[in-house]
Design a protein around this ligand. Structure first.
Ligand SMILES: Cc1ncc(COP(=O)(O)O)c(C=O)c1O
Length: 385
């Protein structure tokens, strides 16, 4: 005769009911600076057809290019670990940027690499210069590492206050200064000369976040300066121009000796076999990316021109990236909600102190941009009444 179970499911539920005090006691063990944070959550509402809130590339890779990966899907061993660094992708990126593989570290998206850089450089009260507004994860990482944030406010026109940045570097001798080039969320850009100047006066590291590099000029960014400046770190992503936000590939360019140190900190196997093959494949089709970037740049300019004519838009910032900031004569939340009712998702930037009531829109396809322009005109007309 089979034994009756010692505890059935119902007993287990009552025996193991978790007391709130137990949970509180456990949560109390989590470091206070972590508990003080907010999780980064960007939900996608089901009815949103036109998504213009995360600066993504609106074009997905064509099916015939995706299909080239079917073979890899079948032949890649799922039972074997990948390399520490995905060497094929590391080499392909090195060829793409015109550097050697030992000047490239590949990561699971660039956000993930930011945390490595922060953890390697920032300890308790370590000064870090951050011009504001800046991609918010940088501040979060400094807080997580218990460093000291030295904020440098932007100019009234939201450009970089370069004399103030230089002054902050001279006075605080930071281990790290971060510059977005072009900068998210403002869209402002810094000239190569100004960046070289910052590198020249910094004895610490200067991290240039080039997430949007391909949208500016020849798309080559600052990599040529690596030959002179071992304190230069350049962070790039495949999420924007390369249309791979859903796959997660980022990379860091820097001096080999510095990258070797960062590698010591990193968790192994962050980039899996399939992701590596996807990265290598899209790099073989960089011309597709360049063509889409040209279309996005031209659509960004069209949006800029069109928004200048929309009644109710009281401020529009120039941009060098694939997105732009604007302010209307209504509260940002009201406009954002009304747009979302119409199936168009924008980003409310009010969380940044300098950007209260600003909205951010990124360039979509021509059809998406038409839909956005039509809707924003209607919303600003209707909501004003
Ligand atoms: C300036 C900047 N850096 C990094 C990222 C994140 O990129 P990834 O998708 O590679 O983590 C973003 C994404 O919006 C960004 O705007």
């Amino acid at each position: 005769m089979p034994h009756a179970p010692i505890l059935n499911h119902k007993d287990l539920m009552t025996e193991r009911a978790i007391q709130p005090e137990v949970l509180i006691h456990l949560i109390d063990k989590i470091r206070p600076n972590i508990r003080a944070e907010h999780a980064y959550l960007v939900g996608l509402e089901a009815h949103i057809a036109t998504k213009l809130n995360q600066n993504e590339n609106p074009y997905d890779w064509p099916s015939d290019i995706k299909a080239q990966l079917f073979d890899s899907f079948l032949t890649i061993p799922w039972n074997r670990y990948p390399n520490d660094q995905p060497v094929l992708l590391q080499k392909a990126i090195a060829d793409y940027v015109g550097l050697s593989p030992d000047q490239v570290l590949v990561s699971n998206g660039s956000n993930e690499m930011m945390l490595s850089i922060g953890s390697v450089l920032i300890g308790k009260d370590t000064p870090v210069v951050l011009p504001t507004p800046l991609f918010s994860l940088y501040e979060k990482i400094v807080r997580l590492c218990e460093g000291q944030i030295i904020s440098v406010a932007c100019l009234p026109d939201f450009g970089f206050d370069l004399p103030a940045i230089r002054e902050a570097i001279r006075t605080n001798n930071p281990v790290l200064t971060v510059i977005g080039a072009p900068n998210n969320p403002t869209g402002a850009h810094v000239s190569k000369e100004d960046l070289l100047d910052i590198l020249e006066i910094s004895s610490g590291f200067v991290l240039i976040d080039e997430a949007y590099a391909e949208f500016v000029g020849d798309g080559r960014g600052m990599q040529a300066a690596l030959a002179q400046y071992p304190n230069l770190l350049i962070l790039r992503t495949f999420s924007k121009s390369f249309a791979l936000a859903g796959i997660r590939i980022g990379y860091l360019l820097g001096h080999p000796a510095v990258l070797r140190e960062i590698l010591k900190y990193r968790i192994p196997f962050m980039v899996d076999h399939l992701t590596e093959r996807i990265g290598v494949t899209v790099l073989q089709h960089a011309d597709w990316m360049r063509e889409k970037v040209r279309e996005i740049v031209s659509e960004t300019q069209r949006l800029q021109q069109a928004l200048k004519e929309v009644p109710g838009i009281i401020q529009l910032l120039p941009t060098e990236a694939n997105f732009m900031l604007f302010k209307t004569n209504l509260p940002a939340k009201k406009v954002m909600d009304a747009m979302s009712e119409k199936g168009i998702l924008l980003r409310n930037m009010s969380g940044y102190v300098e950007l209260n009531n600003f909205l951010r829109v990124n360039a979509g396809t021509p059809e998406e941009n038409d839909r956005f322009l039509e809707a924003i005109k209607i919303v600003l007309r209707e909501e004003e009444r």
